[in-house]
Design a protein around this ligand. Structure first.
Ligand code: AMP
Length: 420
């Protein structure tokens, strides 16, 4: 079976690594990929944004199955383009990706299905939004309805910040994604993620994870795409995973099927564990990055077989290793702001030889015989261990081996789990 994976980050390297182990696979392509992905797949120099070139390539190369990893492609409709070109692909479709593409849609669906989430209202003009925010009290959460490259949520501490955030969104601060907004109650608690795989009617659990969004130790400094993660997350014990499936995921998949937009693919549930129990923060229509990098090493079953089964409506439960996986993101100095590219990375082979360690590449490129840093998040140094402490020790032992000019990382990935 010839498979095309679309994307180029650490999530995609973890997926490529897992797909490459499948006995069903004859050839793996990745568009556009990175230097690490090149070790397990043939890179195709087509940007993930060029849907029609991807479809043409898939037809010409006789691709049997395509895996789309990122939200922008899914919400933009790449699944629909590939399927229309006769290529089986794992979605969701553009219609079903509304679970990530519209925060207002998700909140309405929660209300209809009785799924616990923060109190909210949707607005298309600023003045009523400001009045509702005032009625909720502060802090209050202001969200652009559409995709905003992960930046569309503002937590406003007081009335001044709330008015500023609402005006900013309606003035186009997040582009078209702020033409409508959601104002919602601030939830206090610890966040965790839970992943499931749906074939449109049936849905199976994958696993839980917890990530670290802030750039600095102790969860300080600006938000990032994620500086590290681990799975399973002690904040989500098996009983809560069951609640995630029964109270959140299954009613959502059923509601999507009932609306005529069956959800095919990976569903990412962002939860806030509040004192009143778990509540939905958001849905994403794909694996998280870096959460995928800790789920794949724990997956015992064949990923390719599982994703194909989801596409074809034939899902069966998957097997997982009990070990804990933990990943440390190594980033370029300046991230999440501006940073330098092109510095040569050393120590990758030494790091990968350590027990339980796999180094996934996020932003890397090949330059001659060197691998160079080519992104903000550069590497995801991942390790398996009997428990969080062991996985953490192994991951950081590997991090110590790797260097480039301007590399930095958090030194406390896993602290919440260890504190428990
Ligand atoms: P989202 O894009 O919806 O995931 O929001 C981004 C981040 O904002 C989440 O990961 C939370 O940390 C935070 N957030 C979103 N909604 C709320 C809320 N109602 N209460 C507290 N924090 C929130």
């Amino acid at each position: 079976m010839k498979v095309l994976l679309v994307g180029s980050g650490g999530r995609e390297h973890a997926l490529a690594w897992a797909l490459s182990k499948s006995p069903l696979l004859t050839k793996l392509y990745c568009a556009p990929g990175n230097a690490g992905i090149a070790q397990v797949a043939e890179r195709v120099p087509i940007p993930a944004t060029d849907f029609f070139a991807l479809a043409k390539f898939a037809q010409d190369a006789r691709i049997d199955f395509a895996v789309i990893a990122a939200d922008a492609q899914l919400v933009g409709g790449l699944w629909d383009v590939l399927e229309a070109a006769g290529i089986r692909a794992l979605g969701p479709s553009k219609a079903a990706a509304v679970l990530e593409g519209s925060k207002g849609f998700v909140k309405d669906l929660c209300q209809e299905m009785g799924i616990p989430t923060a109190a909210y209202q949707r607005f298309t003009s600023p003045e009523p939004a400001k009045a509702y925010a005032e009625s909720l009290g502060y802090p209050v959460v202001i969200k652009a309805d559409g995709l905003a490259a992960g930046k569309g949520v503002i937590i406003a501490a007081d009335k001044g910040e709330s008015h500023k955030a609402i005006d900013f969104m309606f003035e186009g601060g997040f582009g078209m994604s702020g033409h409508a907004i959601v104002v919602e109650e601030f939830m206090q608690g610890e966040e965790a993620s839970f992943f499931a795989l749906s074939d449109g009617s049936n849905v199976i659990p994958l696993a839980g994870a917890q990530d670290h969004k802030r750039v600095g130790d102790g969860d300080t400094g600006p938000n990032t795409g994620g500086m590290g993660a681990y799975s399973p997350a002690p904040v989500l014990p098996p009983a809560l995973e069951q609640v995630a499936m029964e109270k959140f995921i299954k009613p959502t998949v059923a509601a999507m099927a009932a609306r005529g937009m069956p959800y095919l693919g990976v569903l990412y549930l962002g939860l806030m564990i509040t004192k009143d129990g778990p509540k939905l923060v958001e849905y994403n229509c794909r694996f998280g990055d870096p959460e995928c990098q800790v789920l794949m090493p724990r997956l015992k079953s064949d990923l390719l077989a599982a994703l194909l089964a989801a596409r074809d409506g034939k899902l069966t439960p998957l097997q997982w290793h009990d070990d804990v996986a933990l990943t440390v993101v190594m980033a370029s100095k300046g991230y999440p702001g501006s940073y330098e590219k092109g510095h040569v990375i050393t120590g990758l082979d030494e790091a990968a030889k350590l027990p339980g360690v796999t180094v996934f590449h996020a932003g890397t490129e090949q330059r001659g015989s060197d691998i160079v840093a080519a992104g903000g998040r550069v590497l995801n140094v991942t390790a398996l261990g009997k428990n969080v402490a062991e996985a953490q020790a192994r991951a950081y032992a590997a991090v110590q081996k790797i260097q480039w000019n301007g590399a930095f990382y958090r030194t406390d990935i896993g602290w919440r789990a260890l504190k428990r």
